[in-house]
Design a protein around this ligand. Structure first.
Ligand code: THU
Length: 164
């Protein structure tokens, strides 16, 4: 017999940076600063990300494009992969993402693409610890306490692939 299931998606909507905790505000400021290193001559859409690790380090990244379009990489994955390369195995505590297509930040919060969600999901699964994300816009900030909420039924090692 079939069974119907559901899950809850929990998030906070904040009206601005004033409503953030001081450490979250710093993370957002670092993501904003990372916008200046975006290499986005094709989309003219700059994205900045900052990742806070459990050891207190903050790693930032920005989107890096390429003339062979699919070869570029989103800001979130630049930051996460660099964090993984620089501090292997150190859990991610939280991440902030911002974007700009002109002078200021986008009005609406920037929401990560599916591939970035997949990468967040695996780091979260491997660490076994919640990983919060702040998606930032000039009109609103959305906080999700755990990125596992962003990608239900994500591909994961529990799907049967063995880690060697
Ligand atoms: N991009 C990101 O860096 N992060 C996102 O969450 C969405 C999209 C980048 C990819 C590309 O360089 C540009 O934004 C336009 O899609």
């Amino acid at each position: 017999m079939s069974e119907s299931n559901s899950f809850q998606f929990r998030y906070n909507r904040l009206r601005g940076k004033e409503e953030l905790a001081p450490n979250e505000r710093e993370l957002v400021d670092r993501a904003v600063a990372a916008l200046s290193s975006s290499y986005s001559p094709y989309s003219h859409f700059r994205v900045g990300a900052a990742v806070l690790l459990e050891n207190g380090e903050i790693i930032t990244g920005s989107n890096q494009e390429n003339g062979a379009y699919p070869s570029g990489l989103c800001a979130e994955r630049v930051a996460l992969f660099y964090a993984g390369a620089r501090y292997p195995g150190i859990p991610v505590v939280s991440m902030a993402v911002v974007a700009s297509s002109g002078d200021g930040l986008t009005e609406n919060p920037v929401t990560p693409c599916g591939a970035c969600r997949q990468v967040m999901s695996e780091y979260r699964v491997v660490s076994g610890k919640p990983f919060a994300i702040l998606m930032v816009g000039s009109n609103e900030i959305v906080r999700v306490e755990d990125v596992e909420q962003l990608l239900p039924f994500s591909f994961s090692l529990s799907n049967g692939m063995k880690r060697k």
